[in-house]
Design a protein around this ligand. Structure first.
Ligand code: GLV
Length: 309
């Protein structure tokens, strides 16, 4: 079994060492675009260049080294029938829960005010957080956001989710379909985007959506930068419709130095770190799946190309 490792990671040996010990029977090859065809069976990929699929048309399946497959599905040379497996949790949902609980608490527990007070040596209690004043809404409810939604619900925030199809999750109010989107937005003072990026969801965080949120809402984007209409966000923040935005993903990454998001007083910005891919967990999951696949067994996490995730 020949397997390609295709990633912009500058130190691919950190991966191949783990991969070789998890699956020593395979031949692992760190692929680069100048290579002749390797006749590989499988490839592990993160944001691969288009030419991979021209050079290795015989691939039997590919494994995405992340949860979101948008960078892959936009490639025109990606063979239509090639099975794609996305990463399923692999340690990401716990990181996402931690990130989101942290960002929510920053806002609802007035942490910026306390940081300022410390600077001034001021001992003063801000108004306590009344959880009913902070209904949280998850736009998209897949594996990546589930732990976060449950954690926030456990902390007694009113939590709801909106998804394409109905989801029943204990403790979380479920909305689904276009017809329930308005009601979901109307009740969500903290809106958290965890949607996959597809042609249907591109640009969905826009003025028309912000207008349906309660006044002074907070938007947290941990989906993809392309979900967000950037100018609409700036306008909604400047006009006070939104009180704050937390952004972890951007349509151009790294975010250019000149971008207004860097210095906006109502934006908290992190460099796409809410739930990074973890090497050990990823290698464990993908090597198990490769063994199952090679033995002719069913493997979970297959991307539905018609849905786009
Ligand atoms: C990260 O953004 C991922 O898709 O896993």
């Amino acid at each position: 079994m020949k397997i390609l490792f295709v990633s912009p990671d500058p130190r691919p040996e950190r991966w191949t060492q783990l991969l070789e010990s998890a699956l020593p029977e395979a031949q692992w090859i760190v692929w680069h675009p100048e290579m002749p065809c390797q006749q590989a069976d499988y490839a592990l990929v993160w944001q691969p260049p288009e030419i991979l699929f021209k050079k290795e048309p015989q691939l039997k399946a590919i494994f995405n080294l992340g949860a979101g497959v948008d960078a892959l599905l936009k490639l025109s040379k990606l063979p239509k029938e090639l099975p794609i497996f996305r990463l399923e949790d692999a340690g990401m949902s716990a990181q996402m829960a931690e990130y989101l609980v942290h960002q929510v608490a920053e806002i609802t527990r007035m942490m910026p005010a306390y940081r300022q007070q410390q600077q001034q040596k001021t001992w003063r209690m801000q108004a306590p957080c009344r959880r009913y004043e902070w209904p949280i809404g998850f736009l998209g409810m897949g594996q990546i956001g589930l732990k976060a939604a449950k954690a926030l619900a456990m902390m007694e925030y009113p939590v709801a989710s909106w998804s394409r199809t109905e989801k029943q999750i204990e403790g979380i109010e479920s909305f689904h379909g276009q017809e329930q989107l308005g009601a979901f937005l109307n009740r969500s003072r903290i809106l958290i985007n965890t949607l996959p990026l597809t042609p249907d969801t591109q640009g969905c965080l826009n003025q028309a959506l912000f207008d349906q949120l309660p006044d002074k809402s907070v938007v947290i984007n941990v989906g993809r930068g392309q979900h967000l209409a950037e100018m609409d966000l700036l306008k909604a923040l400047d006009q006070g419709k939104l009180s704050h935005a937390v952004l972890d993903v951007f349509s151009e990454e790294p975010l250019p130095n000149s971008h207004p998001f860097w210095s906006h007083p109502k934006i908290t910005l992190t460099p796409h770190i809410s739930a990074p891919t973890l090497r050990e967990e990823t290698v464990r999951q993908i090597s198990e799946k490769l063994k199952r696949l090679a033995a002719g067994n069913e493997v979970s996490g297959k991307v539905d190309r018609t849905r786009g995730y």
